[in-house]
Design a protein around this ligand. Structure first.
Ligand SMILES: C[S@@+](CC[C@H](N)C(=O)[O-])C[C@H]1O[C@@H](n2cnc3c(N)ncnc32)[C@H](O)[C@@H]1O
Length: 355
């Protein structure tokens, strides 16, 4: 656990390299410029960050770097007079550099300090719906499917089937998965659920998308509308719940809906659980799936055990796993924000056979 600026330099340097590799040099510049100012003891940046993080504990190595960037972007999205509005605001393309003078004004702008003190970087990536949409193809016929998304954030992934997506196969051909009309009831569970009807919460989630990632922002905006509609229609329920209570909830929903197929989804979730929570969670959920052959599937977008490099040199750090009663199938490989998705059709066909 790190506090204040202890260990920040190495983490921010690594994250800056990552931003460059992902085509977002402007965020790399925010971090390297902040590091220069910290090293020189120049301006407000060092003292504001020290003050903001003196009592906070950070466990993940990229948390502080991402929090600094998102806290500034949150203000830049809300106010066109922000010193970095053009560079990290809505119309920014992710390119360019910031100056020390701009950063010094940005760190003191609006509620930046408040965000640095109390907010958590949180994402909700709509394109990850391919995880549960592929899993839904395991179920034949028109019978109802209940989808339960664990670690749902705001529930945006749960409406991804109602939003235009641009997934492609490794050969460039489009992957088309239409609206899943059989999924008439969708539940999202999270220990910190985000309410998209609350403009502050919605704005923060949007601020956590990086400048220049316009497709992601567009999909997110559409998801905000779809989530609101689905909630109003009673199709979508997002609830506060810790991982330790989730499998009991899944069992309860299965008992209450005896005629429905149960699709449990989790994207960028299980890898975040500490081992003492993850182990019983996996065992319990695995037991539930084994006890419901043919009726239940557990789909996950998870860390690839061995990241695979496909044709074209693309390296896929994540994989889509479907767990059925008899075994687990790795049915696709992709990035954490899936656009190119290399589906293993043979494995997907095996996952579809009755279990
Ligand atoms: C990286 S985000 C992914 C969000 C969403 N599934 C997506 O793919 O966009 C991980 C989510 O898991 C939730 N989470 C992490 N640990 C949790 C726990 N122990 N219990 C419940 N939710 C948890 C976080 O609050 C966060 O919303």
């Amino acid at each position: 656990m790190a506090r204040g600026l202890v260990g920040f330099r190495e983490q921010a340097e690594n994250q800056a390299k990552f931003f460059v590799s992902r085509g977002i040099p402007i965020y790399a510049s925010v971090l390297t410029t902040a590091l220069e100012m910290i090293a020189a003891g120049e301006g407000h940046v060092p003292s504001v960050l020290e003050e903001a993080w003196k009592d906070r504990e950070f466990s993940s190595p990229y948390e502080r770097a991402l929090l600094l960037c998102a806290s500034m972007r949150f203000e830049a999205l809300r106010d066109s007079s922000h010193p970095l509005a053009e560079k990290i605001g809505d119309d920014a393309d992710g390119q360019g550099r910031v100056t020390r003078e701009e950063l010094d004004r940005a760190i003191d702008f609006g509620r930046t300090l408040d965000s640095l003190v109390r907010r958590f970087v949180q994402t909700n990536e709509v394109s990850r719906s391919i995880t549960w949409q592929l899993a839904a193809t395991c179920f034949e016929g028109d019978g109802p499917i209940v989808v339960i998304d664990l670690g749902t954030s705001a529930g945006a992934t749960l409406v991804g089937d109602r939003i235009a997506q641009n997934w492609q196969a490794a050969d460039g051909s489009p992957i088309v998965l239409g609206e899943e009309k059989r999924a008439r009831k969708r539940y999202g569970l999270d220990r910190r659920p985000v309410d998209l009807a609350d403009s502050d919460q919605e704005g923060w989630l949007r601020a956590c998308i990086w400048p220049g990632q316009r497709d992601r922002v567009l999909r997110f905006r559409r998801a905000v509308e779809e989530v609101k509609k689905a909630k109003a229609a009673g199709e979508l329920v997002v609830s506060k719940m810790g991982a330790e209570d989730m499998v009991a909830f899944v069992r309860q929903i299965a008992n209450e809906n005896p005629g429905a197929r149960i699709l449990v989804a989790e994207t960028a979730f299980i890898d975040y659980l500490p081992p003492d929570i993850r182990a019983p969670f996996e065992k319990d959920l695995g037991d539930f799936i084994s006890a419901h052959p043919g009726r239940a599937v557990w789909s996950g977008l998870e860390d690839a055990l061995a990241p695979v490099t496909e044709g074209g040199g693309k390296r896929f750090p994540a994989e889509i796993r479907l767990r059925r009663a008899s075994r687990m199938h790795v049915v696709a490989r992709c990035e954490w924000h899936p656009s190119v998705v290399a589906i293993d059709h043979a494995e997907l066909a095996k996952a579809r056979t009755p279990h």
